[in-house]
Design a protein around this ligand. Sequence first.
Ligand SMILES: *Cc1c(COP(=O)(O)O)cnc(C)c1O
Length: 344
Amino acid sequence: MAIDLRSDTVTRPSPGMRDAMAHAVVGDDVFGDDPTANSLEERVAAMFGKEAGLFAPTGSLANQLAIRMLVAPGEELLAETNSHIVRAELGAAAVFSGITTRTWPAIHGLLKASDALEIARPDSGPYLVSTTAIAVENTHNFGGGTVQPISEIAALRIGADNLGIALHLDGARIWNAHIASGVSFIDYGKYFDTISVCLSKGLGAPIGSIMLASKVHVAKARQWRKRYGGGMRQVGILAAAGHYALDNNIERLADDHRRAKELAVAIAGVHSSLIDPSGVQTNIVGLDLSAMSFTAAELTQRCRDGGLWIAALGPKYARLVTHMDFDDSQCEQAIEILKKALVA
Ligand SMILES: *Cc1c(COP(=O)(O)O)cnc(C)c1O
């Protein structure tokens, strides 16, 4: 079978997870009656020190519900140039919420509070767009799994408070940030007004994200989720997978990080311009092909011919993501396939 490193979303629920799903106690969640969904929302909210949580089918919806609570139509959200909210949600903030975005660029997506604060323009009056929120992505996906320094997050909070601006955390991979940095979920949570986390990335659940916020914002977001068609019924079947993922799959992310590093070291051994292994902090290995004679699409095809699936995310940018369905022996195989593909 092919080795699939296109994303950490490609994992299949394990037998233990499927068992938990099969035995989930459920009810109609639109009526608020699904005990497993309710307990998952409460559990994740408590983990991050937030008042309440809301189950969403996707991280995109969790992000969109959150920023909708913070930014009114005609106001702006600031985010890093290559952030998921800006580049990978099909313009949803504009389409659904009338939110405009303005961006700051950062190498590898690494947060510097001053980059965001310098372009923030709250209370801009009757002529210019007013900034009402800033989004931070941790880890940063297209930046290559970058962990955001807690010192910069803290500085951003102070600056945002001075300006009266809210903060949203796109924490699709906050689990990976926690394992890599040792910073607790509570410490990450305390700096943000709203948070989205994904259960379906490294944690291995088939479906599910949680939006976290104040009780008032979660109650309002619950209405918007239904309006968007995301009010689900016996969703405890999915929430049970989320509980199982939190119980079993957080600590093991360290293995994904170790394997990503092994891939990066081997790839850098072929050509040092492809990647700096010291920059690989979590489970994402982003390859810069700008010094190579072939494109990301060509590399992807060569790898696929050898039995390894990777993603071409730009003309000269390829991405490999390690995950729980990728073990040490597959890692050795992947390295052999990559070595051939990169010199071909
Ligand atoms: C995957 C991801 C999301 C959510 O994606 P969905 O496919 O909508 O679940 C949000 N933010 C980041 C950084 C992601 O990597």
